[in-house]
Design a protein around this ligand. Structure first.
Ligand code: FEO
Length: 399
């Protein structure tokens, strides 16, 4: 993919990685990813914004093959997928200086061994003129690390947002289309941004005071529709959860699944939108996405030895790290001879500040009276959900 002009003097240097299937040795990448750098050319100086993953440095240098001079490398985030090629860029352009904030400087020196004398520190709100192009640096901590920042190009009303508003997508499309980017952005939000919802709320409020025409993230396509992008982020990060329950389960011999199926049926009959996830083989990103707007999380687990099924433990641990905004949680399941799954699960989710609804744990194959307890749990959930907004799937079905 060639450098693409996205505004006057601004070029997208898209570095697609179609074949990458895992990020951080954890996050599945069903659509690959891209590491975006951008070139901003003023009348006097040229700035490179982010530099991409060092594993794809040859693509960056192919984009830059006609650039004789780079004056500044703006480092918005020290994580290696955005900063890992900086040393190589400085090798190619020895006169260039790295521009970043003090926290990012510290991390670049720690992770990349960048020399301090190559780095110019900028304060929050400080500007840098390239000649007719003014870069304003905006500290945006915790989207995704504490040092992350964005860069606002005043003349073109373009926000370079780094991980913020990104999506793991390798694509030849320069600009996003709303129907195409929604799911990859939600997946990305769920995996990377969800734990930082309160920071995101503050950042959205700050950015609402800027006149933004383009959002140029460092993963995925550029957004020419910032209002839509900001609104979906507001929905995911700030709004109340929706009328949706996630039922995530494992069943070893079928008893827990009988309970799960009963619960799902009763919830649906009561008008609750349900996402049922079998954790036997699961995609961490899919589970994370399901949690973004759910008001209730139900864990269905059998007992293995004296605790919950280990795959359930892994999924619950992940959910706890992601800090979803669920208001209610519960557990259902069947045990054969040891039933401490509930107590052990409760200790795994200290980060989820949700009301625990009375679990339903039964011995062996559930009886009709056991299933009546499942029905009661479903009724309680439906009552707790009264007044919540329709889930996105329901809204789509109603259109
Ligand atoms: Fe895309 Fe936090 O790195």
């Amino acid at each position: 993919m060639k450098p693409m002009k996205i505004a006057e003097g601004v070029y997208s240097l898209r570095i697609n990685d179609f074949n990458r299937r895992l990020f951080d040795s954890l996050i599945p990448l069903p659509e690959g990813t891209s590491y975006n750098a951008y070139l901003v050319k003023g009348s006097e100086k040229t700035a490179l914004i982010d530099s991409g993953d060092p594993g794809k440095a040859e693509v960056l240098f192919d984009h830059l093959k006609d650039e004789k001079k780079i004056d500044y490398v703006v480092s918005q985030h020290a994580e290696q997928d955005h900063s890992g090629s900086i040393q190589l860029v400085l090798g190619r352009y020895p006169g260039a200086k790295v521009v970043t904030n003090p926290k990012c400087k510290e991390l670049l020196m720690t992770h990349l061994h960048l020399p301090a004398d190559k780095i110019i520190e900028v304060k929050d709100g400080e500007t840098l003129s390239l000649g007719g192009k003014t870069l304003e640096f905006l500290y945006l901590p915790w989207v995704h690390w504490p040092e992350t920042m964005g860069t606002y190009l005043r003349e073109e009303k373009c926000l370079f947002s780094c991980d913020f508003f990104g999506s793991h997508m390798a694509t030849g499309e320069v600009f996003s289309e709303e129907h195409r980017v929604y799911d990859p952005m939600k997946r990305y939000f769920a995996e990377i941004m969800m734990p930082f919802r309160s920071n995101i709320k503050a950042h959205l409020e700050r950015l609402s005071r800027y006149d933004i025409s383009l959002i140029a993230p460092s993963h995925g396509p550029v957004h020419a529709n910032p209002k839509f992008i900001m609104e979906i982020y507001k929905d995911w990060a700030v709004s109340e959860p929706r009328n949706k329950a996630v039922v995530a389960f494992i069943s070893m011999h079928g008893s827990t699944e009988i309970m799960v199926n009963r619960l799902v049926s009763r919830l649906q009959e009561a008008g609750v939108c349900v996402e049922k996830l079998n954790l036997e083989h699961f995609d961490e990103g899919r589970v994370a996405m399901a949690l973004v707007d759910a008001a209730t999380i139900i864990i269905g687990t059998p007992t293995v030895l004296t605790g919950p099924h280990p795959k359930v433990v892994y999924a619950v641990h992940l959910a706890n790290l992601l800090r979803p905004k669920a208001k209610f949680v519960s557990v259902i399941g069947s045990f054969g001879w040891g039933g401490r799954a509930v107590e052990k699960r409760a200790g795994l989710i200290p980060n989820i500040k949700a009301e625990v609804l009375k679990p339903v744990i039964v011995k062996g194959l559930p009886t009709e009276s056991d299933l009546a307890l499942v029905d009661a749990l479903a009724a309680t959930i439906a009552e707790k959900h009264s007044g919540l907004a329709a889930c996105v799937e329901e809204k789509a079905a109603a259109v």
